[in-house]
Design a protein around this ligand. Structure first.
Ligand code: ISC
Length: 396
């Protein structure tokens, strides 16, 4: 276990000193405490090594070293829209923990001990389905091949939600994936378990595990297998998936001297969903490119935005009447040497006192049907609703 701390001794810890953060994968787990300094600079242009964003990151690293943080890391989240402020920070202290070590915080329990007072989907079912139909109609009139449409579920509980318990539930129900708990500048927290790796960098080697194409897991084991196999055979889902892979190939080819992309996707499952998945491995031409820089180059992939990205983003803005904020952005960490790991910010929630916001999106292509895309978002929301212990109430 490696432990890094500031040498500055403050006897009176502030709220920011005590903030707990977590980013965990099968590769590495980080437990962090406190926020030493925040980086709010938008990540626009973050793919360039010498742009304004990367300068802000370097300046934060140097502030951290000046106060005695010997091996600072930058962690946090970048929003879907990279023109918006970032939610990145250098923690005051952190440790790399064995992936098998117990998680910090609360104990898993079946249910939140507080009552659900209100719940609202933005947009509602009818508007979401209209949006899907609108996108499909748009594909016939433009070059857009795919757009990911999403919705937000806003929940209000009768008392503040216990984030420790919520995280413990999430982890025990979904032991695999990229777990995260990130303090936000407004005092709320972002937490979730993403199944999707945007980028991991270890020296000159990089890895990505894009997902696209989904089906809901079934309780009956035989039925569940059939649903998974049908997803694997679905031409609509293979097409939806291939657009993500081609976009990533296009971006990685010029920066890699070796790029291994399997010929076709494999099936993976989370507790709630089946997905089509491709594991990409590559070797960088310039090992000096950081994980955060690469993540900025890749984001937003067509797994959260669409194809082509610019046009799809415009269509999303037209159809979605809410701000995604940190949802469908990227979440992770990076050290000064550039190594790090960034996941796609999905299957997640923001929590502030008694208010919880959940997010789910679905990739829309020409063959998409509004009813099944709505049901796909319902199924994806199940990950967080289960952890909150309110899925039964929501589906009743
Ligand atoms: C946008 C989400 O999922 C993405 C990742 C996996 C599969 C997806 C799909 O099949 O549409 C999405 O591209 C989400 O979970 O909110």
């Amino acid at each position: 276990m490696d432990l890094y701390r500031t040498s500055t001794d403050k006897s009176q810890p502030t709220q920011a000193d005590k903030q707990a953060s977590l980013f965990s994968s099968a590769h590495k787990r980080i437990h962090a405490t406190g926020v030493f300094t925040r980086v709010a600079e938008p990540a626009l242009g973050g793919g360039m090594g010498n742009g304004v964003f990367q300068h802000a990151i370097k300046a934060a690293f140097s502030r951290a070293r000046q106060v005695g943080i010997t091996a600072p890391i930058i962690m946090g989240a970048v929003p879907f829209d990279v023109t918006q402020v970032s939610n990145l920070y250098i923690p005051q202290s952190y440790e790399f923990v064995e992936a098998t070590a117990p998680f910090p915080g609360g104990r898993a329990s079946g249910f939140q001990p507080v009552a659900l007072k209100q719940m609202q989907s933005q947009p509602n079912e009818q508007r979401f389905k209209q949006g899907v139909a609108q996108a499909v109609a748009n594909f016939n009139l433009s070059d857009i091949k795919k757009a990911v449409l999403s919705r937000i579920l806003e929940l209000e509980f009768s008392a503040g939600v216990d984030v420790d318990t919520l995280l413990a539930n999430l982890i025990s129900q979904n032991p695999n994936g990229y777990h995260f708990r990130i303090p936000m500048a407004d005092g709320g927290e972002l937490l979730g378990v993403s199944p999707e790796l945007l980028i991991r960098k270890q020296g000159e080697r990089i890895f990505s595990n894009p997902l696209a194409g989904s089906a809901k897991r079934q309780t009956d084991a035989a039925e569940d297998l059939i649903v998974g196999q049908n997803l694997k055979k679905s031409s609509k889902d293979s097409y939806e998936h291939s657009l993500v892979i081609e976009a990533i190939r296009h971006i990685l080819t010029p920066v890699c001297r070796r790029l291994d992309i399997p010929a076709g996707p494999e099936l993976i499952s989370t507790a709630a969903m089946w997905h089509l998945s491709t594991k990409i491995a590559a070797q960088l031409r310039d090992p000096g490119m950081s994980a955060l820089q690469l993540a900025c180059l890749l984001h937003p992939t067509p797994a959260v935005c669409g194809s082509p990205a610019g046009e799809a983003h415009k269509l999303i803005k037209l159809v979605e009447a809410f701000d995604r904020g940190l949802f469908s952005g990227m979440v992770g960490w990076c050290n000064e040497a550039g190594d790090g790991e960034w996941a796609v910010t999905i299957r997640c929630a923001t929590v502030k006192d008694q208010r919880v916001r959940l997010f789910a999106g679905a990739g829309i292509v020409k063959e998409s049907c509004p009813e099944s895309e709505w049901l796909e978002t319902q199924a994806k929301l199940g990950t967080m609703l289960n952890a909150l212990g309110v899925r039964q109430l929501v589906e009743a």
